[in-house]
Design a protein around this ligand. Structure first.
Ligand SMILES: O=C(O)CCC(=O)C(=O)O
Length: 235
């Protein structure tokens, strides 16, 4: 079944200009130890259009580098391939929000991979929210792009967690009512992001195409990328 998570899309206009209007703050190469899970939250891969903007969203955007190791990535990919092998790449999504991709949903995982999914859910979802039982798997081809959108509130609650496999990419978040409020996130291979509350509801998110894929002025070559997206149930 193809997903219908995507509700809104914004025109691309103004985005390119936004970073030049503000001085861009880049976080120091520092990490904060998250007490609850002993996982490292990385701020160095998050760039906001101003320090004030960064401060106002840092509680609702979390990034964990090296969330899985290489062998865990290999195991996940092996299982995912068995689900994707009969799925064809599509050039465009039903609402034109994604280009050059294929997708599936996985309900049951082998024992090893199930533990990784449980780790994601434990870290991302508090006790008050119920996670959706299946994982959305999105395979974005090298020339694939996810355009700006906000996930539909009909299908997804206040928290979205995504694990990036195979390739780094840039996720751009733009405030719906203030197009100058822009956050770029370097999603490294094997990293996990968690978007919640304000970031999830008030910002569009997108994955930049390879030609626009730069962080701090440095090219981030995006090849084929597979993401595992865990969501919680709508309220
Ligand atoms: O691939 C990702 O990490 C984001 C996917 C996405 O934008 C979505 O499913 O709404």
């Amino acid at each position: 079944m193809v997903f219908a998570f995507i509700l809104k899309r914004n025109a691309k206009s103004e985005l390119k200009a936004a970073f030049s209007l503000f001085s861009i703050f880049s976080r120091n190469e520092s990490t904060i130890l998250a007490k609850e899970e002993n996982a490292k939250i990385s701020e160095c891969c998050i760039r906001a259009s101003s320090e004030q903007h960064f401060q106002s969203v840092k509680q609702s955007l979390l990034l964990y580098e090296h969330f899985v190791d290489e062998s865990e990535e290999t195991n996940l990919l092996q299982e995912i391939e068995t689900h994707l092998k009969r799925v064809r790449y599509e050039s465009t999504h039903w609402d034109d929000a994604i280009l050059n991709y294929r997708e599936t949903e996985i309900w049951r995982w082998n024992q090893q991979n199930k533990q990784i999914i449980e780790r994601i859910r434990k870290l991302a979802f508090s006790k008050e929210v119920k996670s959706i039982d299946f994982v959305h798997v999105l395979d974005l081809a090298e020339n694939g792009v996810i355009k700006p959108h906000i996930d539909s509130v009909r299908f997804c609650g206040r928290i979205i967690a995504g694990l990036s496999l195979l390739s780094p990419s840039i996720m751009r978040l733009v405030h719906e009512n203030n197009k100058n409020f822009v956050i770029d996130v370097l999603l490294k291979r094997r990293s996990l992001y968690i978007m919640k509350d304000s970031i999830r509801y008030d910002f569009t998110h997108q994955i930049l195409g390879n030609d626009e894929s730069f962080f701090n002025g440095v090219k981030v070559p995006k090849t084929r990328r597979i993401s595992l997206i865990c969501r919680c149930e709508p309220q």
